[in-house]
Design a protein around this ligand. Structure first.
Ligand SMILES: [Zn+2]
Length: 375
């Protein structure tokens, strides 16, 4: 069976305006207008590499659609949705809530298209028309909370897909693995008191949001134990991330025994990334994907659905995305990472190992599933 693949040209039309990187341009303050760091380039080029490499011909393209209001309101407040719609209708666009999340003119519909497309992909994977899936979405979603956009995110695509899987597709337990270099705070907050959704976030310690995603943040009430954070020191690379996968993420997934694994696939832990200081190469993403595909096959009939989050280096992110989708689909294209050899091999360092070992202790806080609830 092929891998499902979602994209749409409108995802590249989400207009984040003429910022200078992250902050709004303001000539009176000396901030010269430039592009916003969350521009279309990295994702458009990723899609074009998937196309030109021949990989697109091997996947099954899933038709995008807008999320319905019912789907949005399973996760978000009606005030937040209304706010997005209003901001999106302003001639110059607006902001989703924190002053750092541009809403371009018309972006409300584009954000709904991203969320609805992920719902379609999760449905296709669950119904078995595709083996697993990858959605090249924009705008991203994992920082968006129930009532506010944040960190370039408008609507929490992965959270909406998780709730759809539970409430419509009948899957009881959903695991969200967040590989974006920034803490998946929005997704975590939405499920913080909910033991039916395990959230695991691997991120650079104290990067964004500040003071978010510490080892001690493990859930609330019935949800205690079902939020796992691995705040890796800046400079962690291939060896540290794979050690994290083997020592924390895979044991946590085994213990939780999910019916579906959703992946918040941020590619901004790559070594050339402007928005963080981690050291991953395309092969790190390939290897992490291999481990997650294996886990999904072992635990939940291969149900692994990946949604693009961050990743802003336009000339390196495409090679990371290609490696990820190659590994999901089992097809290797002739394209090789042209930057291999540019970056020296890294090693697991003691201060990285210390954090990973502390996070591994937290896996015991996940109560094992009594039975696997989905056949
Ligand atoms: Zn990010």
């Amino acid at each position: 069976m092929p891998t499902g693949y979602v994209h749409h040209p409108l995802f590249y039309w989400h207009d984040t305006g003429t910022s200078a990187g992250v902050v709004p341009a303001d000539p009176s303050a000396g901030i010269q207008p430039f592009t916003h760091v969350e521009s279309a380039d990295a994702k458009r080029r990723s899609h074009e590499l998937i196309h030109t490499s021949g990989l697109l011909a091997t996947v099954k393209v899933i038709d995008p659609r807008e999320a319905t209001m019912d789907e949005l309101l399973r996760v978000h407040t009606s005030d937040h949705i209304q706010h997005l719609q209003e901001q999106s209708e302003l001639p110059g666009g607006g902001d989703a809530g924190d002053g750092f999340s541009p809403v371009g003119r018309g972006s409300y519909r584009i954000a709904r298209l991203a969320a609805g497309s992920l719902v379609e992909l999760v449905t296709a994977v669950t119904e078995g028309t595709v083996s697993n899936g990858y959605a090249l979405l924009r705008p991203p979603g994992h920082h968006a909370t129930a009532d506010q956009g944040m960190g370039f995110c408008l609507i929490n695509n992965v959270a909406i897909a998780a709730r759809h899987a539970q409430e419509v597709l009948g899957l009881a337990r959903v695991a969200v693995v967040d590989l974006d270099v920034h803490h998946g705070n929005g997704t975590q907050s939405i499920f913080y008191g909910d033991p039916s959704v395990l959230t695991i976030s691997i991120h650079q310690a104290n990067c964004f949001p500040p003071d978010s995603g510490g080892l001690g943040d493990n859930g609330l009430g019935d949800g205690v134990g079902y939020a796992l954070n691995i705040p890796l020191p800046a400079g962690t690379g291939h060896a540290g991330y794979l050690h994290t996968m083997r020592e924390v993420v895979l044991p946590a997934l085994d213990r939780f025994d999910p019916d579906l694994i959703l992946l918040s696939a941020g590619f901004d832990a790559n070594v050339f990334e402007p928005m963080a200081r981690q050291m991953l190469i395309a092969d790190t993403y390939r290897e992490m994907t291999r481990l997650l595909v294996d886990a999904a096959e072992r635990l939940c009939h291969g149900r692994l659905v990946s949604a693009h989050e961050g990743g802003y280096n336009p000339w390196y992110v495409p090679f990371c995305v290609l490696a990820h989708v190659e590994q999901l689909s089992g097809h290797r294209t002739p394209v090789v990472d042209p930057y291999v050899g540019v970056v020296a091999a890294d090693h697991l360092l003691p201060h990285q190992r210390e954090v990973i070992e502390a996070a591994a202790q937290l896996v015991a806080g996940i109560k094992p599933a009594p039975t696997n609830s989905a056949a």
